[in-house]
Design a protein around this ligand. Sequence first.
Ligand code: MF3
Ligand code: CO
Length: 250
Amino acid sequence: MPVTVKSEKQIALMREAGHRLALVHEALQKEIRPGISTLEIDRLGEEMIRDMGCVPNFKNYNGYPASICVSVNDEVVHGIPSRHRILKEGDIVSLDAGLIYKGWHSDAARTWGVGEISKEAQRLIDVTRESFFRGIRFAREGCHLHEISAAVQDYVEGSGFAVVRDLVGHGIGTHLHEDPEIPNFRTRGRGIRLTAGMTLAIEPMVTAGTWQVSCLDDDWTIVTDDGSLSAHYENTILITDGECEILSLR
Ligand code: MF3
Ligand code: CO
């Protein structure tokens, strides 16, 4: 599929979709504490999305059973919320959420600490978030896609952590996943040339150990092979001729 360039009208709708998702993440952050179940987080998130007149785009996506992906500790992404999974002091939890507003998608992820967490866990969260910001320095018209990928990888590996290779970021618009794929690591070639009006979901997934991951028997949850902690940070962004606009952050 070709990479789509959005019109001003379409961008205005994606801005609204992103803004609503930013509010969902801000609300969910306040709920993160020892004792809450991952299902309760999903329930709160879905309720808020629907109350805003939006649709949770993850729900039933390829059969995914929830609205918010909740991934704890060594779970990288796509954790399935459960009433039996109770957050405890010292855990780190990644929340990945998305919604559809008037036909337009947004997608964003954050990782939070539960109560007091270790210094190393906090550094993993901080490096993951910062790697996104290093990457988007190259998210502007005229840059090539793999400049983003290389910047994320260099920052993460320079900080002593590893980037997951099995999952990538993506274009986003009237579909949750559009072209191009956006690796968080170097691949062959320069990738596409970016132009104003492209909307992308940039999402570094970082581990404190190996980059190698596996899928659990539930067919969804991705975990690190060595049991090391993992963090995720994602925003939906708009390419412009200057600095990109982060649609899913206030
Ligand atoms: N944010 C995720 C992604 O970009 C979407 C979760 S997949 C789902 O792939 F199945 F849970 F929706
Ligand atoms: Co995504």
